[in-house]
Write a protein that binds this ligand. Structure first.
Ligand code: GLY
Length: 353
C-alpha cells in the first residue's frame, strides 16, 4: 500500500504547480474529473490558468454526496477505459470532498492504480477530504463503506476557487480548521479564534489555511491508515455525526461542519468533565458556535435518538461509544469513553450553555 502522498500546498500559479505532473505524460493521458457544479464554476478558471491542461479529457459526474457511489465510479472507470487511459495516465480531481474521494478511489483502483492530483474547490475539501489519502464511495447507505487508503500525488489548494462558495460552505469548512487547531496547540487555537468570521477575507485565510492543513498532514504522516493517532481527527465527530445524521431526517439538514462545530462544543464540555479541559476554552467554543453556527437545534425529546446513532457509529469497537478528547489544546487523548449521564449533560450544555 502506498501511503507516502505528496504534500498539500497552497498554490497561486496553477500552471506552475500542475506542469510537473502533466509534462512527460504521453499525449491524451491527462484526465480531469469534475462534478456538474465544478464543471460550470471552476473548470473554466482552471483551463484559463493552467495551459498544460487544455487538451485534457474531462469526465463529469452529478454533484452531491448521494452520487458518491459505485455507479459514479463505474462511470469514471468506463470513461478512462474508453479514452485509452493507462497506468501512466493522470487524473486531476477538481471539486469538493465528493469529487476527491470518488476520483481518488477510481484512480487508485483503475488498472491497479494510476496517479491522481487533487484540486479542492471547497474549504471543507481543502482542509479535510483532499488530504490524507482516504478515498472511497458510499455503499448500501453507509458512508465511505468501500474504499482504499491511496494518497494523491499532490494536493494543490488554489484559494481563488473558494470564491465560488457561499458563507455557509465557508463556515462549514472552518469548523474542521477549529478542530485541527484544538488538536495542535494553544497558539493554533488562539489563531483560529482571532480570524474574523464576519469578513471571511480569503487572502487573510490563506496563510492560516496552509498552517492548518499542515496540522492534519503531520497527524496523518504518523498514522496513515488510522491504527491509533489518526483517530485524533475524530474530535467533535462522535456527537457531530449523530447531529448530522439526525438532521437529515428533518427538513433542515445540517452542513457537515455545522454538525462538527456543535460536536466540538459537546466534546469540549466532555473533555472538561473527564480530563479538566479548561472551562474558558469550552465557553469560547460555545460563543463561537452560537455566534456563527446557528442555534443548537435539538431538544431533549431527541436525546435517545442521538445516543442511539452514537452507539452505532462505525468508530466504536463494541457497544462502547468511542471519543477523542482533550486535556488541553494540543493534549489529545484517543479511545475515551463516557457514561450516558455525562453524554446527556453535554447535550444540555450545548442547549442551555
Ligand atoms: N477526516 C478524518 C481523516 O482524514 O482521518
Amino acid at each position: 500500500m502506498q501511503t507516502d502522498g505528496g504534500h498539500t500546498r497552497m498554490c497561486d500559479d496553477l500552471q506552475a504547480a500542475l506542469l510537473p505532473w502533466v509534462e512527460g505524460r504521453p499525449a491524451g493521458q491527462v484526465f480531469v474529473l469534475a462534478d456538474e457544479h465544478t464543471h460550470a464554476l471552476c473548470l473554466p478558471r482552471l483551463l484559463e490558468r493552467a495551459e498544460c491542461l487544455r487538451g485534457a479529457h474531462v469526465v463529469t459526474v452529478p454533484a452531491g454526496d448521494e452520487h458518491k457511489t459505485l455507479d459514479a465510479a463505474t462511470r469514471v472507470w468506463r470513461y478512462l477505459s474508453e479514452h485509452g487511459a493507462t497506468r501512466a495516465s493522470l487524473l486531476v480531481n477538481l471539486g469538493g470532498g465528493m469529487v476527491t474521494d470518488l476520483g481518488g478511489f477510481a484512480a487508485s483502483t483503475f488498472k491497479r492504480g494510476m496517479d491522481y492530483v487533487n484540486l479542492p474547490t471547497t474549504l471543507l475539501g481543502a482542509v479535510d477530504a483532499a488530504t490524507g489519502g482516504k478515498t472511497g464511495v458510499n455503499f448500501l447507505g453507509l458512508k465511505n463503506e468501500i474504499g482504499v487508503f491511496a494518497p494523491a500525488r499532490a494536493v494543490l489548494v488554489h484559494v481563488d476557487f473558494l470564491r465560488t462558495l457561499d458563507g455557509r460552505n465557508l463556515l462549514s469548512g472552518f469548523a474542521e480548521m477549529v478542530k485541527h487547531a484544538l488538536l495542535d496547540s494553544r497558539e493554533a487555537w488562539a489563531e483560529v479564534l482571532r480570524f474574523d468570521l464576519e469578513r471571511f477575507d480569503l487572502p487573510a485565510l490563506k496563510p492560516l489555511l496552509g498552517r492548518n492543513i499542515a496540522i492534519k498532514e503531520r497527524i496523518v504522516a504518523q498514522d496513515p491508515t488510522e491504527r491509533g493517532l489518526r483517530k485524533a481527527l475524530n474530535l467533535g465527530h462522535t456527537f457531530g455525526h449523530a447531529f448530522e445524521s439526525l438532521s437529515y431526517r428533518t427538513p433542515h439538514p445540517l452542513p457537515h461542519g455545522y454538525a462538527v462545530m456543535w460536536g466540538l462544543v459537546c466534546e469540549a464540555y466532555l473533555s472538561h468533565v473527564r480530563l479538566g479541559f479548561p472551562a474558558s476554552d469550552v465557553q469560547a467554543l460555545l460563543r463561537l458556535a452560537k455566534a456563527h453556527y446557528g442555534g443548537f437545534d435539538f431538544t431533549c425529546t431527541q436525546y435517545d435518538a442521538l445516543l442511539e446513532l452514537m452507539t452505532h457509529d462505525k468508530k466504536n469497537r463494541s457497544q462502547t461509544i468511542n471519543f477523542t478528547l482533550l486535556a488541553a489544546a494540543g493534549d489529545v487523548r484517543i479511545d475515551q469513553t463516557a457514561s450516558k449521564e455525562e453524554m446527556l449533560e453535554c447535550l444540555d450544555y450545548a442547549r442551555e450553555g
